[in-house]
Design a binder for this molecule. Sequence first.
Ligand code: GLC
Length: 494
Amino acid sequence: MTQFMDEIEEILKPLVLTNQQLGEIEALLLQSFNEGLRKDTNPVAPVKMFPTFVRDVPDGKEKYAEGKYMALDLGGTNFRVLLLELNGDKFHLDSEVYAVPEIIMHGTGEQLFDHIASCISDFMKQRKVIQYRIPLGFTFSFPCKQEGLTSARLTQWTKGFKCTGVEGEDVVQLLRDAIDKRPDIDVDVMAVVNDTTGTLMSCALKNRECRVGLIIGTGTNACYMETLENVELFSEDFPDVNQVVVNTELGAFGDNKVLNFIRTNWDEEVDTTSLNRGKQLFEKMISGMYLGETVRCILVDLCQKKLLFNGQPSDKLMTPKAFQTAYVSAVESDKEDDYNMTRQVMSAIDHRAATLLDCDVVKMVCKRVSTRAAHLVSAAVATILNKMKRPHTTIGVDGSVYKFHPHFHDLMVAKISELVDQNYTFNLMLSEDGSGRGAALVAAVATKQEHRRKVSLEQMGLYVPPRDGVNRKNSRLELDELVAKINRTNINIT
Ligand code: GLC
């Protein structure tokens, strides 16, 4: 039996990364970061290092304009609408999850944004706020080139989305167009942020040392605070502030083949059947959209080698995506000689007759795949910490894999500690609903800034304020145009 398990270990060996390999990965990632940051190499660099227009983290002293704010969160498995009410030091968050059917995820951009607008309308009716014009923060968790706080051009879809007519377009404009088609709702899109930025902002509100936002969910990505002189693509002139949050889009690390020395045939198989072949290769070894599928490919391979399930995979196991990433977390929550969850997963994939040995093999495959993911993401975090050179940094983390996998956090803490320069310390902080809450916060700050701008416009005789905050679609466009002309949208939370 040990001989049999040794044979399995040998087959799974390519999934075990040594610290030397992780060190090589760190060096390559740092090189990719630098290529993304430099103007001459950025066009061909796979890791795009998009500057956001967020220039500081909250210091806890700022006063947000009191009132209601909304946030939209699009990018994971579900779409969410949130309502945040700020009242002095108190705030109240209310949210609703809406499904985005696959037919919409793969349909036209117009259908997608019409669906979003209809969810906003439904939510505002339910919460009885439809009569108001509410400032809104939009968390759009895909790679975007930002041209301002309210402008984000999608460079390419990632994860499960593939809507036509959106790549190359400004998603805030598409959202506004969809909202403008509806007579019943009126919202003010004040900011668009990536989920990593939202996570960084909401964690920084509670922890002053937070400078990195990390997502390990359906997709994987990180943002961090970078000094301006390293960001050649950011030309905004803001003399007092010498830093900007950079959305790395590190999920695309390896798209230029530099990671081929660690990629396995199973990774190749997962990539071949994905929506975006050859893209997001680092993400495909780490995130929730792919971990379960990687495990499934390995299990099928072991069946074909007659080392599992008596060599006979069920139809279910042969079905792409049938082994969910949640099953990986479930299997690994069983202790060494406990099989309760593993047995349930065996039933779910139509292998009720699995032997104890089969269960042990499945447990080992899950462990190898998730540990590799945790080690790869740790190498990425260590690269960022070593680049930032701060004595202590808090990393705000969100995402289903990090939250629900029983050992991911501990694996990461142990591995980052081994990889990071010993002069730097760190802690991983779970973000509570960071991506949505962060967008609402950015919207609140932007609202306060726009309020200041309106006051100065008013003093210059350029703007006549409405008497109340009610739904008034026509006045908004004029103001937007005027404000855009006079002031390029920027944000500086201090
Ligand atoms: C994908 C997206 C990225 C997002 C990440 C986590 O990598 O491209 O923008 O932050 O998923 O949701």
